[in-house]
Design a protein around this ligand. Structure first.
Ligand code: UD1
Ligand code: UDP
Length: 359
């Protein structure tokens, strides 16, 4: 049994790290195929180094481009390597162009596909991620649903029950495995002169937010109002897409502290000690829920409804009024919710299922 782990972006490296660690621990025959969708040091290598992950056997260096161009490059590159390596199973994680191309390349070669984080739906086809995750699910032989809710969605779409495995989300493993390490290693708050619970943390990078001037401006105005209202620092490690689009639109923001994207241990510390996190990231909605930090999501919908159900997260969209209103509400709540994303053993479970030990 040989497994190929396809990954290409920051969240895939982080969320696949527990699967990679499980492969190492269980002495599985596997290799990593990096598509190179993300390539800047602080979006890619820093995570391999800090999480001490083995090097990818292949890197396609696909880089950036339009959706068709990027997906096409990855599709051809993954296919070439799969034809050489002939693994038994290809694992993909999440909803990026890397995931769609990896799953499609494998299934056309009649190689089994395992989709980690299957069954998530925003029901918003304007999002490239929604199209990617739906198609990846339909290419898959093993659907690793993080929650019972995701399983129900798949069943509702006619996916055979026997191919669905509720494993928990590997982000819980990643948080548990790295949080302790984070507190023992360095102090990201000191570096930024921050005091616990006396700052807001922001991430926003989604195409439908930052590529649309009105929406991006709405977010920035909302964040500036949060900075004013609470008289506390608002820290925004800015994704390269968002940086590029801010410059492109000529958006200025003087009350927000922009920093470069940070390494995972620093980000976990910043998240865990924030008064509130405002984000449009999928992974950050989950992590804040696990870390028991309230979250305001800068979107109109979410494919992580479990966070809304337990009360760790609310949707604010991108209007400044809604953002400030939801922030005011979320700083008052008690963080008594239970984490709905599993016990932190998803990585091991996934590898065992694929290896046929379980399931
Ligand atoms: C991609 C995913 C998104 C995911 C995000 C994680 C798709 C369709 N989108 O979005 O679902 O949430 O990754 O962060 O797959 N860039 C750099 N350096 C890099 C990577 C990107 O400078 O290492 C810049 C380039 O200008 C590029 C832009 O960011 O054009 C967008 O990169 P791309 O990979 O197309 O999409 P993301 O916005 O990163
Ligand atoms: N993250 C990080 N450094 C940062 C911002 C985010 O390590 O400066 C991590 C974060 O902890 C989470 C992941 O990146 O695990 C989320 O990735 P992203 O928001 O890029 O993608 P999404 O989850 O929206 O697909």
């Amino acid at each position: 049994m040989k497994i190929c782990i396809v990954l290409g972006t920051r969240p895939e490296i982080i969320k696949m790290s527990p699967v990679i660690r499980a492969c190492e621990r269980l002495n599985v025959d596997y290799f990593i195929l990096h598509t190179g969708q993300h390539y800047s040091y602080n979006m890619d290598r820093v995570f391999f180094e800090q999480l001490e992950l083995p090097e990818a056997k292949y890197n396609l260096d696909a880089g950036s481009g339009s959706h068709g161009e990027q997906t096409g490059k990855i599709l051809g590159g993954v296919e070439r390597i799969l034809m050489e390596e002939r693994p038994d199973v290809v694992l993909v994680e999440g909803d990026t162009n890397t995931v769609l191309a990896g799953a499609l390349a494998a299934t056309k070669l009649h190689i089994k596909v395992g989709h980690v984080e299957a069954g998530l739906r925003s029901y918003d086809r304007q999002m490239p991620e929604e199209i990617n995750r739906v198609l990846a699910d339909y290419c898959s032989d093993y659907l690793f649903a993080p929650t019972e809710n995701a399983r129900r969605i798949l069943i509702g779409e006619g996916v055979p029950d026997a191919t669905i495995f509720v494993t928990g989300n590997t982000i819980v493993d990643a948080v548990y495995q790295n949080l302790e390490l984070a507190s023992s290693r360095k102090n990201a708050l000191n570096d930024l002169n921050l005091e616990p619970k006396k700052y807001f943390l922001v991430t926003a990078h989604r195409q439908e937010n930052v590529d649309v001037k009105k929406r991006f401006e709405g977010i920035i105005k909302g964040l500036e109002r949060v900075a004013d209202e609470f008289d506390l620092p608002v820290i925004y490690p800015i994704h390269p897409r968002a940086r590029k689009m801010m410059n492109h639109f000529g958006i200025n923001a003087h009350k927000i502290k922009f920093i470069e994207p940070v390494d995972y241990l620093s980000f976990l510390q910043l998240e865990a000690k924030a008064k509130l996190v405002l984000t449009d990231s999928g992974g950050v909605q989950e992590e804040t829920c696990v870390l028991k930090v309230p979250c305001v999501t800068l979107r109109d919908n979410t494919e992580r409804p479990e966070t809304l159900a337990v009360g760790s997260n609310v949707l604010a969209g991108t209007s400044p009024e809604n953002i400030i209103e939801q922030a005011q509400f979320m700083v008052t709540i008690e963080n008594r919710w239970n984490n709905p994303f599993g016990d932190g053993k998803a990585g091991e479970r996934i590898v065992e299922i694929v290896e046929g030990v379980q399931g």
